[in-house]
Design a protein around this ligand. Sequence first.
Ligand code: ASP
Length: 465
Amino acid sequence: MKFGGTSVEDAPAFANVAEIIRERRASRPVVVVSAMSRMTDALLASVRQAWDRDVRAAILSLEYQFGRHNEVVSGLLTTEAGPMTVLVENVRREIGELLRSVATRPALCLSLQDAIVSSGERLSAAVLAAVLRQAGVAAREVDARRCILTDENHCCATPLIKETFLKTREQLQQLIGDSVIPVLGGFIGSTVGGETTTLGRGGSDYTAALVGAALSAREVQIWTDVSGVLTASPHVEGNARTIPRLSYAEAAELAYFGAKVLHPKTIQPAVEGGIPIRICNSRSPTSPATLVGAERETAPQTVKAIAHKTGITTLQITSARMLGAYGFLRALFEIFDRHRTAVDVVTTSEVSVSLSLDDAGNLPSIIEELERLGSVRVEQDQAIVCVVGEGLRSTPGIAARIFSTISDINVSLISQGASRINLTFAIDEERVAEAVTRLHEEFFGDLKVKGRMSKVMAPGAQVAG
Ligand code: ASP
């Protein structure tokens, strides 16, 4: 069971998480927890301040965060309040020292940063284990750095799978056998030599997937603040509802569109182990959840989700030199590589390439270089709409339905990924809400009617005729 930062943002949230775990203790969970929300951001900002030689300000900037931890400790703990307050104080002092080292030994900044940032997860794991014990649940904090072994690539380390599985089993199996719930901080690991590392932002999901795979868990639960993955963004579509089941491939296609959805890289260990991932809402534990698994189940209405993203820039590069030539695409993408800019959707014809960018920060210099290859057209304020479903692979007529539903909206950059389970296109940003609502109505609208009918009909009842 992995709980994200918003699930442990304050004392009531910790108490709520402890209750969720307590109710499920019979299934012998392992708990992975993130730092309290905003803690990692604050720690990273303090490292930057220390790097700028403002150590005093860096240390002061964290006072509020330690105050938040102390509030949880004093609000929820009785017998363990003393030792936990000492722990928070020790970590505070340790970070102060590390921030001083950042200022005096900037060359070590990345490894020091990992040591500093890891304290967010270490603290929340220790506090959560104590809160569980206070609730009468046998729980113990396990230092995740003893389980997750990584390479030495600080700040976005890659786990060493064999070693991690071995250590994780070594550290956790005995506790699980003794019915003690292990509580680990997510996101953190260590090199074989014992230096602290981190797995990249949002890395707690990665930890959960690694631990789940190491232990061949029945499932990995990601507890967050939304009710699973929705059929569309609820900001745009009021009738959006939880998708009960997604394949790993569908979840991967949706990952780009919603920060709330699992990042394919972080769930890879679970995918490889065929372990299902359930996305649950810690604010509403009985609400429907989404189960992501290996099964390629097709939704009755073929489409499972309509995702979108705004603030997109599209580029069209046209060049007669492309025709029959090789090396052109390499030259083109090297430009984006040099400017460290991710390209998202790509479509090509014989003489042109269209692509979309999320981050247009380096656009002027990118365009300057692209113009050496051909003529460039730029469109800003675009949106990408993505229709996803395993059923798209084999159901004829879906593209026709999609485009006839929005036939009065100008569409560009149409693409169907190699997995053939998504159909993506770009439209003007100002029409995206309307497009998503109309598509949602087309693919999900009559489900409400069907749902009502099946409730009215007695089980086993036959439709007359
Ligand atoms: N605390 C880390 C972050 O904010 C890791 C996580 O929450 O997954 O990125």
